[in-house]
Ligand binder design. Structure first.
Ligand SMILES: Cc1ncc(C[n+]2csc(CCOP(=O)(O)OP(=O)(O)O)c2C)c(N)n1
Length: 283
């Protein structure tokens, strides 16, 4: 098992892409096991497995700073930054909180639970970096649901003028706590439908650079994209499309039909299995 040997992001960087894919499956299996027994945020974390691995593969946390919105999707980050035991061993399940927590780790920067905060918080870190002559990467992760909050708009507005390094990962799983509402979402759909090429682009209109990654659950594609924006000298949005709904269904069926048999997940090709289910089946 690779996860058992991950004590810090340096251990992630030693793995090949094949090994990183195995690590993704192990992480999903551990999340499924722990969260089935203990509760917690399934969907946000399932969607972010590959992206979080790729972030830690490419960037150098904690010098490079990753700020999560809501921070309920930071479980994988916790697993890769010295806290995997709290996801692997039932006796240790309560040793981590469900959100980012600086008291737990030097890789966490804020105690946060509110949506729409990460871009603003990260912009403060970027401004501080610039004032003190630093050169680390500042990365904000924000979901599509949180993107329509007022503070997120303010953050994007501010960052566009900042003019220095800032990387905003838009984690687009097409779902907020329920379905998304608001004018922004038509444009996100148009961007998805056009493979990021739609001429009308909310992020560009705000004055930000933009990159689109269709396969946000592919470690190699994400590593390539993040490598391109690492050390960039202006703000950029990296819009990644991740799967969440189908994964909910997968969990739903697994829990219904195999409630006591969650250990065999490593034998399954998750992506193949989830293709069979569609979100409508749940409703
Ligand atoms: C200020 C505020 N309003 C509402 C909530 C409730 N809430 C928690 S997560 C969430 C939606 C998150 O959706 P998204 O940003 O797309 O992230 P995902 O969970 O899909 O990864 C909401 C509305 C909150 N935490 N804070």
């Amino acid at each position: 098992m690779y996860l058992e040997n991950i004590d810090s992001p340096a251990d992630v960087k030693k793995l090949s892409f094949n090994e990183l894919n195995d690590l993704s499956n192990e992480i999903r299996a551990s999340l499924l096991q722990k969260l089935s027994e203990h509760g917690g945020h399934f969907g946000p974390n399932f969607g972010m497995v590959e992206a979080t691995i790729a972030l830690h593969y490419v960037f150098n946390s904690p010098e490079d700073k990753i700020v999560f919105d809501v921070s309920h999707q930071s479980y994988v980050h916790k697993m890769l930054t010295g806290r995997k035991d709290a996801f692997l061993y039932p006796a240790e399940y309560d040793n981590v909180s469900g959100y980012s927590e600086p008291h737990e780790s030097k890789h966490d920067f804020f105690v946060i639970g509110h949506t729409s905060t990460s871009v603003s918080l990260a912009s403060g870190l970027a401004k501080g970096r610039d004032l003190t002559g630093g050169n680390e990467n500042i990365i904000a992760v924000i979901g599509d649901g949180s993107l329509s909050g007022g503070e997120a708009f303010e953050g994007l507005d501010y960052v566009a003028e900042l003019g220095t390094n800032m990387i905003i990962i838009v984690n687009d799983n097409q779902m907020s706590i329920a379905e998304n509402h608001g004018g922004l979402y038509k444009n996100l759909k148009d961007l998805r439908d056009s493979n990021g090429q739609c001429e009308c682009n909310f992020f560009k209109a705000m004055g930000l650079d933009y990159m689109y990654v269709n396969d946000g659950n592919n470690v190699e594609a994400l590593v390539e994209a993040f490598s391109k924006v690492k050390d960039i000298q202006h703000p950029i949005v990296v819009h990644i499309i991740v799967y969440i709904n189908t994964i909910y269904i997968y969990i739903y069926y697994r829990k219904m039909f195999f409630p006591r048999n969650l250990n065999d997940l490593n034998d399954l090709d998750l992506n193949d299995r989830i293709e069979y289910f569609c979100f409508k089946d749940l409703q």
